[in-house]
Each structure stands twice: as C-alpha cells, then as structure tokens.
Write a protein that binds this ligand. Structure first.
Ligand code: AMP
Ligand code: MG
Ligand code: MG
Length: 264
C-alpha cells in the first residue's frame, strides 16, 4: 500500500474509476473510456436502416383443415438514421385482403386494425408500387444505395431490417408468388434483427416485446400495430448497434443475383 501511495505522490500512478471518471483528468479519461465502451458505429456497414413489420390476416387456433394463407393488411416502413437514432421518414399503407376479405375478431383484436381500414385499403401490388416511390425519394435525397444495386457497391449504405425472416422470407414472398405479383428484387436481402439479437446478447427472447425490455428499452405504442412495431424495431436496431453488434445482411434469397434491374 505504501508503495502505491508513493507512486501516486510521484505522479506515476493514476486512478481510473470504472464509471469512466478519472481522478487526474476527468474529461480526458472518461472520454477515452467512453470511446472504448461505446459503439463502434464507424464499423457499422449501414448509415441508414429501413425497418419493416407487416401485419397480416390471422385466426385463432389456426390449424388444418381450416388453415388459410395470411395476406398482408398493413405495410409500414421507417427510415432510421444510424448516426442519430432518429426516424427521418415513414411509410404506412393499409392493404385490402382479397382471399379472406373479412378480418377475424382475433385479428382485429391482435393488430388493432379495423375492417374499414382494410376495406378502404389498396391492393398489395399498389402498396408495393407506392412503397417503391417513397423508397426512391428517400434514398435519392440522402444519396443512399441498397445492397447489390451495382457490382462496385455490393454492400450498399442502407438495408432492410425485420424481426425474424417471416416478413420478407415467408409472408411477402409467398403472397407475391401465389397472386403472381411483381416483387422487386431488393426485398430479397435483409437483416434479421432477431438472429443478431440472439447471437449478441446470448439470449432467446420469447417475443419482440421481450427483446425490447431485455435491453432496457420500453415498447412505445401498441404491440402488433405494424407502424409501432416498425418504430420499436428501429429503436432496437439503434440500441444493438450502439452496444457494438455490427448489423450486416443475414439473409439473401437470391445470392447470385444483383439488384441493378431495380429502378431506384
Ligand atoms: P407481429 O409482427 O408480431 O405483430 O405479427 C405479424 C403477423 O403475424 C400478425 O399480423 C398476425 O398475422 C401474425 N401473428 C402474430 N402473432 C400471432 C398470434 N399470437 N396468433 C396468430 N397470428 C399471429
Ligand atoms: Mg412482425
Ligand atoms: Mg407487427
């Protein structure tokens, strides 16, 4: 102990507290420690993320022989700036289901989506086209590129984020195939935030709300409202990135295909 005291008196030893405060130079040491602890946002491949969360027709105890294919009824997307965590643009459309036009009471209760909203909604193909217009404008304004738009920029600067592979990998893919709709190829690549979450925090959340609370966030709005889910997904993506997990593409349905045919 005497040796430590002497070393300190001679200025050879400096105490650095774990909360980031330094006895000798609070500001310098704490900013150094914060840099060490803080997100390496510069290592993030994407400047912006587009968080998407579809809601679809659903039924209680949905099993064969009464099984029906889900159809998208809400198409929301939020564009989040990964430097600031702010949502800079939003898209939301209600979509009219054709195969099962009448929403079940269970579905209305789960999603909060009213029958009138989907009756006044647009066909999925129109929603996809309107989304593309929104996407084009928001990407061009910020000079952003989606992955694989050209050979020289394969990673891009902006990517889609979903919770699980269901939204793009199952729901949209199957509905477009079934109805022979044109699905733009940029929907083939995305970041499944749940996959990154499980790996990074070594925790398997029971659902999306559990994931939100596990990292100390509070779910804002209504669970299973597509737009609220998408906004909360944006908060979670920002939080995970700030905790240090690099957010990279986890799924590509067409690994050998470029998206250069997309007019964006
Ligand atoms: P979510 O993004 O978790 O709100 O779910 C997307 C869609 O999955 C919903 O719009 C429903 O079609 C379906 N879904 C979610 N949770 C349930 C559930 N508990 N029972 C039946 N379908 C569900
Ligand atoms: Mg979802
Ligand atoms: Mg949802």
């Amino acid at each position: 102990m005497a040796l430590i005291k002497l070393a300190r008196q001679l200025g050879l030893l400096e105490t650095i507290y774990v909360d980031g405060e330094s006895a000798a130079d609070k500001s310098n040491t704490s900013s150094y420690l914060n840099r060490l602890r803080k997100p390496q946002l510069t290592m993030q491949p994407y400047k912006y993320l587009i968080c998407v969360d579809f809601e679809a027709t659903c039924w209680e105890n949905h099993a064969p022989p009464n099984w029906r294919e889900p159809e998208i009824i809400e198409f929301p997307a939020v564009l989040v700036n990964m430097q600031t965590g702010k949502v800079e643009a939003e898209f939301q459309k209600f979509v009219m289901p054709i195969e099962s036009p009448k929403l079940s009471a269970f579905c209305t209760e789960l999603t909060g989506i009213k029958q009138k909203s989907v009756d006044d909604g647009m066909p999925l193909q129109t929603a996809i086209m309107m989304f593309q217009e929104w996407l084009r404008k928001e990407l061009r304004t910020r000079n952003l590129q989606l992955p694989k738009m050209s050979k020289d920029k394969p990673i891009g600067t902006c990517a889609f984020v979903t919770w699980t592979d269901w939204d793009f990998g199952v729901c949209l893919a199957k509905e477009c195939q079934r109805k022979r709709l044109k699905k733009p190829t940029y929907f083939n690549q995305w970041i499944d935030l749940r996959a990154i979450f499980r790996e990074w925090y070594k925790y398997r959340p029971i659902n999306f709300a559990d994931a939100i609370s596990h990292v100390g966030l509070t779910f804002k709005g209504r669970e299973h409202s597509g737009i609220d889910d998408a906004r909360n997904l944006a908060s979670l993506a920002y939080k995970i990135a700030n905790d240090g997990a690099p957010l990279a593409i986890t799924k590509d349905l067409a690994p050998f295909q470029l998206n250069s045919n997309c007019i964006l």
